[in-house]
Design a protein around this ligand. Sequence first.
Ligand code: S3P
Length: 460
Amino acid sequence: MVDTGEAVRIDRAGPLRGTLTPPPDKSISHRAAIIAAMGEGDSRLEGYLDAADTRSTLAAVAALGAEVTERGATGTPGGIDVGVRGIGLRGPAASVGATGGAGVAIDVGNAGTLLRLLPGWLAGQEAGRWVLDGDESIRRRPVDRIVEPLSYMGARLSARDDHLPPLTVDGSLLVGIEYRLPVASAQVKSSILLAGLLAHGRTSVVEPTPTRDHTERMLRAAGAEVSSEPVETTVALRGELPARRWTVEPADRIAGGELAIPADFSSAAFWLVAGILVPGSEVRLDGVGINPTRIGLLGVLNRMGAAIEVIETAAAGGEPRATIVARHGPLEATRVGRGEVPLAIDELPLVALVGCFAEGDTVVSGAGELRHKESDRIATVAAGLGALGAEIEATDDGLVVRGSGGLRGGAIDAAGDHRLAMLGAIAGLASREGAEVRGFDAAGVSYPGFADDLRSLSRR
Ligand code: S3P
């Protein structure tokens, strides 16, 4: 691997061998900081992700009045131990004392999860104004998906052109609603559930297919009343997982506590795929979170015939963990449809990459949400892998990849998207001629130690 500042060159790799613990979970880290700030008393977050995105969340809760202390290095690679002294569910307005004017500026950086979750909490404050804004990419991320349901609850939110950041939140009294998500989104579900804690009456969210449930697990652990039930729909009759209704009761307080954060399955996924694609490889990943709402990629790779072993270890912090071993082997094409998409949403670019090495056509559909990520991932994955020699086509709501026995290599642009940067690196390792990844630095948004981990697996 050669770093020339702007671009990084990754050559075709020999067998990748070794064991590593990927960095802590990004989704869980964001939620842990926000929920700890909403709580009473002291919380301790062990193995909090030390990356740009989750640093934005620590800064945001500190700006709201929570006392954040870093407790130095942790046993978890890529993590820090963080102490948060919560300000309580109704703490933000009192602590900032803002009742209008320009409002308190919250810089969310590149973090879409922070942009969608935090307004759920702020919307229910009886006084106060906050303005959430971030980088160039965040300014293209839609917020109308939270503005609509939160407004039904009585929230006062306003966005640029009614759908883009900056997003201004004026705290107000909320009432509970039942809301059916038009598109399965864990971020929107979480935002509504956080608002529900502060509302009058109970709040329910129906998700058309299951999405990650970290918020619900953490709120329960903090003493909130959160329940769920399946909702039978025609989707369920087609054999997909049924829709779910999540309900939260209003609360006066939630408790702080201790949380040990597992390694991020979405970061582990890059090494799983590298292990599968690079001949002779065997990669072992320790301490990886295997919450069932996150590991759709394992089912997809299993259908493709990949040699993956999952050895479940103890659950910690309400989240199951495992050691996962990936070995190189032959692959067949598969189809990924709507019901599976939320369970593998951030790994779909990797499915496209694996498809290049599989026998037959790999088709991803029902994944229009990919267009609203850190980049338009349907367009950037098609362009990026296409530039490396893939036979890949973008559709309205997905991708079609013709297996061509591998990838030639070349140059790929990360498009300011951390997952594209890492996708390009893994593609380079498995390609015939290697890859130059332009804008590789974007990887630091979720995985600052990616290049070091790459070196450790390539060392022979
Ligand atoms: C996330 C949920 C997903 C995912 C994102 C993180 C979360 O987004 O793509 O990277 O932490 O809730 P949506 O659920 O909104 O699709």
